[in-house]
Design a protein around this ligand. Sequence first.
Ligand SMILES: [Zn+2]
Length: 215
Amino acid sequence: MSDITPWHSFRLRKAKDPNRPVIGAYGGHPRGIRAHQWPRCSVCGAPMCHMAQLDAGPWLDLGPHSRLTVFICHATGGRCEDWDPWKGSNKALLSRVRDDNLYDGPPTVRVYRRMPLMVDPPLDERAVMAQVRTHGVPVKTALEQLRHDKLGGGAVWLHGDDTPQSQAGQGPMRLLLQLTTDVVKFDITTGGMGYVFIDPYDASENAARFLWQGG
Ligand SMILES: [Zn+2]
């Protein structure tokens, strides 16, 4: 796995092969999140809903952190502008320590059913995009091959590039997770896509940002 570059991505799938490691889960109750850490929406104040929890590994570079947990506000039907990476109505929380304990959390308006996840072997996205140059494959067709739930690589945008910029003013953030509504029917409109980025210049637990684009 030492040849992994920022161009490699790992497709996420529902875990069903007992011989391969579970690297996280969509939905269910998040591990290791104590009540006081559970994020609340900055706009409406409601406790957010848990979407995803993914562990660092060769498939996911979280810098000094070992786990990513993603939450979103579903309390107001989108009025909190939960697609925005800066409004405080969603949260991509980074944790240094991998704590697998279950702690009580506040009641939330929605709990997605827990789905453990595994990853496919790494895919070199440069090879996919090279087909455009060498075989005349349309860009749209090439991007379609990357339009799935995955860790790393480049973001496939529905409505144009929304890559968040580092708050330290040192360029774009790096994609950690791209999610769709195919594996779990997340309430980000059918066909919508969500993206988690990390600021490589920020070592704090707030270095990651979530945003989504509607289908
Ligand atoms: Zn809200």
